[in-house]
Ligand binder design. Structure first.
Ligand code: NOJ
Length: 441
């Protein structure tokens, strides 16, 4: 029975979790990340060779989704599996994905399918990857999108084209993610190509399946000046904000490639039936090299000495609200799904608190009129966190990577309760009476 104090979400709201193929499946050795991993670039020399062995254990994992009372699930389809060579379709791999989708539908779970989640086939990278904009080269991606949309028509209604274009760009700036380069001009080119691939995916899916709902996933990155009194830090922060957020929003609205003055790509305009928003943290930026990107504040609860900072990412629930509002203001008439939000931590009680704080902020945005239709927690299970390997644990379900045993964490039980009630139930709110967590800038 609903209680007066419950914070109730709109009817039909989707409660899901999100994953990506390379991070959980295992055996995705035909893509650029695998090449990058083999260079010993990953923390503790980890690799995604086995990951969560989800390719073989997906039924068990979908049963877990059911136990978490989820009615939606975001997953990605690995292009390099479906097309291991240019123009050569691996029917068996495609069928495997169809089986996965069928298993989700059997459990009454609505699938959201991502087409490009950070990994690209090696053969496509050998042809120049994101730095090659030849029509023929990009046609390969279109072929992949066409095949997926044709195959899944009638089964999958929601597609995410590209996951986090601005993070794809980082692979050409920091050198710490695939393809491990440090070249600003290449970064701008790669980002532009990624946006073009979004348009290609959108038009391809819509021409095959006009009823499908298609949208990009943008990671709203909040930036703060390290020293709020420094004009240089403030300018740098504003510039970084433009690169991470403004340029991508502008690209989708005006058909201009990000950070490229002379470009006109009208095919980019009106290419979102919904907006996917990922939100995790803020970064503090400074022009002083040693403080270039300073993760956490000195907040005593979650500061430098605190337990709860993972990856140096400090939660910023109010930032989540600001991120939602910003995307809503940019696209006021387009529905929104929170396609990712979560925290990598071993402190599961902290995960619960952070989850609840974020959901309160999400609810606030809904009550103010933002049309948010679903929330996907990142992630269902602990998984391969890219260059950080297996150390950061984002899952609602613990994975023992030696035995592949899955165990639902207390946060998973809390999420299950929330999803089942379609509310933040009073009983849960009472357990976490603290004020919304606020970093001290
Ligand atoms: C966003 C990315 O889409 C996902 O792949 C990653 O694991 C999470 N952030 C956590 O960093």
């Amino acid at each position: 029975m609903a209680q007066k104090e419950d914070i109730v979400f709109p009817k039909g709201f989707l409660w899901g979790t999100a994953t990506a193929a390379h991070q959980i499946e295992g055996g995705t050795t035909n893509n650029n990340w695998w090449l990058f991993e083999k260079e010993g670039t990953i923390k503790n020399n980890d690799s995604a060779l086995v990951a969560c062995d989800h390719w073989n254990r997906f039924k068990q994992d979908f049963d877990l989704l059911k136990k978490l009372n989820c009615n939606a699930y975001r997953m990605s389809i690995e292009w390099s599996r479906v097309f291991p060579q240019p123009g050569t379709l691996d029917k068996k791999a495609l069928d495997h994905y169809v089986t996965m989708i069928n298993e989700l539908l059997k459990r009454k779970i609505t699938p959201f399918v991502t087409l490009f989640h950070f990994t690209l086939p090696i053969w496509w990278c050998n042809e120049g990857g994101l730095l090659n904009r030849d029509k023929k080269h990009l046609e390969h991606f279109k072929q992949f999108c066409d095949v997926v949309a044709k195959t899944l028509k009638g089964k999958v209604k929601f597609y995410n084209t590209i996951n986090e274009p601005s993070i794809v760009m980082l692979g050409y700036i920091t050198g710490t993610s695939a393809p491990g380069q440090k070249n600003m001009l290449k970064a701008i080119k790669a980002l532009g190509t990624t946006m073009l691939m979004h348009a290609i995916a959108y038009h391809s899916i819509k021409s095959v399946d006009p009823d499908a709902k298609v949208g990009i996933v943008h990671n709203v990155q909040i930036t703060k000046p390290y020293n709020p009194d420094s004009i240089m830090d403030k300018l740098f922060t504003a510039f970084a904000d433009y690169c991470f957020n403004g340029a991508i929003i502008r690209s989708l609205k005006k058909g201009k490639l990000p950070l490229q003055i002379f470009s006109s790509h009208r095919e980019l305009i009106n290419t979102n039936d919904f907006i996917g928003v990922n939100f995790y943290n803020f970064i503090r930026l400074s022009l002083r090299l040693k403080d270039l990107a300073v993760p956490a504040t000195d907040n005593p609860i979650c500061g430098k000495k605190g337990l709860c900072v993972s990856l140096g990412w400090e939660p910023y629930p109010e930032g989540f609200y600001l991120a939602i509002k910003r995307m809503h203001n940019a696209f006021p008439h387009i529905p929104m799904y929170i396609t990712e939000n979560g925290i990598g931590t071993n402190d599961d009680s902290w995960r619960q608190r952070v989850l609840i704080d974020h959901l309160k902020m999400l609810h606030k945005a809904i009550t103010e009129g933002v049309d948010i239709r679903g929330y996907f927690y990142w992630s269902l299970i602990d998984n391969f966190e890219w260059e950080h390997g297996y150390e950061p644990r984002f899952g609602l379900v613990h994975v023992d990577f030696k035995t592949q045993k899955r165990t639902i964490k207390p946060s998973g039980m809390v999420y299950a309760h929330i999803a089942k009630s379609n509310a933040l139930p009073a009983a849960i709110l009472k357990k976490f009476p603290e004020e919304i967590y606020k970093p001290q800038f």
